[in-house]
Design a protein around this ligand. Structure first.
Ligand SMILES: Cc1ncc(COP(=O)(O)O)c(C=O)c1O
Length: 333
């Protein structure tokens, strides 16, 4: 499938021997999607690499997109837009933060440093800002620009799912080369297509791998399953494949999300420390830390057996950690 070609693939597939020893659990691997390259990487680089083909086709000179203040999607959109010679305009929603930021930090700071135009609006992450995006696009058109609008639907498009079906093939090849068959893959479920793509990819390859998503609290699980099914159906069509997903193929765990999307839990803060200290692997406060709590809890509950091989997908998001620094200060600070 056509892609812009801006990501660094294959991303590394590594062992986590110290974490494995600490948990006394299955053989643990990590797929380093935080290392997709381009402005500190993450899973959205892989998705946007497919989605932004449309910008090339339309000869767009601006990309307009939207998400939360600490949005990895937005940062990676700005980064890829720059690499494609375009400008970016972001409509960022306050989401889990109660007010507009007085000091820029984490992702929004990087958006600003990269020169994106930023408009912050008070809105939850699951509300629809389409009208505002369209109004911004119209303003740019009147100035003679040719903007491509990536609304909330873009991040759940079949292309986003297709990119992760390809990532599953990449991971399976790496596991093969390491002489292991993957019994389990554990990944964050934000809006769904990353997990959906991995499930579709595994099914297209005829693998028995259990792809478990950890709901990080942005959307209700059942509506996320609807999104995954629809996006995977489109992705399958793009591949010209007859493989389809059924609701039963989608395993999403709800119990690690905590109070809300973007609000860390005591366990997720602890998971960030544990994995940093055991593996020098830095997790993010919104997605991968809650996902790691899921993995650790499932291992402790015996859901993955000692002789199994399990891969944690690190989907990135590390810049947001700096916006959550108050959770990690030494006692004397
Ligand atoms: C770091 C990180 N991990 C995971 C996800 C979730 O991806 P998806 O929306 O495909 O479920 C996102 C995107 O929102 C993200 O930024």
């Amino acid at each position: 499938m056509e892609r812009v070609g801006l990501g660094n693939y294959p991303t590394p597939f590594e062992r986590m021997p110290r974490l494995e020893e600490e948990l006394g659990g299955p053989k643990l691997f990590v797929k380093r999607e935080d290392l997709t390259g381009v402005a500190l990487g993450g899973n959205k680089v892989r998705q946007l690499d497919y989605i932004l083909v449309e910008a090339k086709r339309r000869r767009a000179d601006y990309v307009i997109t939207t998400c939360g203040i600490q949005s990895n999607w937005s940062r990676q959109t700005v980064a890829l837009a720059i690499k494609m010679g375009m400008k970016a305009l972001l409509v960022l929603r306050t989401a889990q933060f109660k007010s507009k930021p007085k000091v820029y930090d984490g992702n929004i700071l990087l958006d600003h440093i990269m020169g994106a135009s930023i408009k912050v609006i008070k809105m939850r992450i699951n509300e629809d800002p389409t009208d505002i995006l369209e109004a911004e696009a119209e303003k740019l058109r009147r100035k003679g620009h040719n903007p491509l609008v990536l609304g909330p639907a873009a991040s759940v498009s079949p292309l986003a799912t297709a990119s992760y079906a390809d990532a599953m093939r990449e991971t399976a090849e790496q596991a093969d080369a390491a002489g292991v068959g993957l019994d389990g893959v554990v990944v964050a479920a934000g809006a769904g297509p990353t997990q959906g793509g991995l499930i579709l990819g595994a099914k297209m390859l005829g693998l028995k791998t259990r792809v478990v998503g950890v709901n990080v609290g942005a959307y209700a699980t059942e509506s996320m399953k609807d999104v995954i099914l629809k996006s995977a159906e489109g992705a399958s069509r793009l591949f010209g494949s007859a493989t389809t997903l059924s609701r039963n193929d989608i395993i999403i765990r709800d119990e690690f999300a905590g109070k809300d999307y973007g609000i860390p839990t005591r366990a997720s803060i602890e998971a960030i420390r544990t994995v940093a200290q055991k593996e020098a692997l830095i997790l993010d406060p919104v997605y991968t830390s809650k996902t790691m709590v899921g993995l650790i809890t499932m291992i402790k509950a015996g859901e993955f057996k000692k002789d199994e091989n399990v891969c944690f997908v690190h989907t990135g998001g590390i810049p947001a950690l700096f916006a959550y620094k108050r959770h990690f200060q030494p006692r004397h600070a």
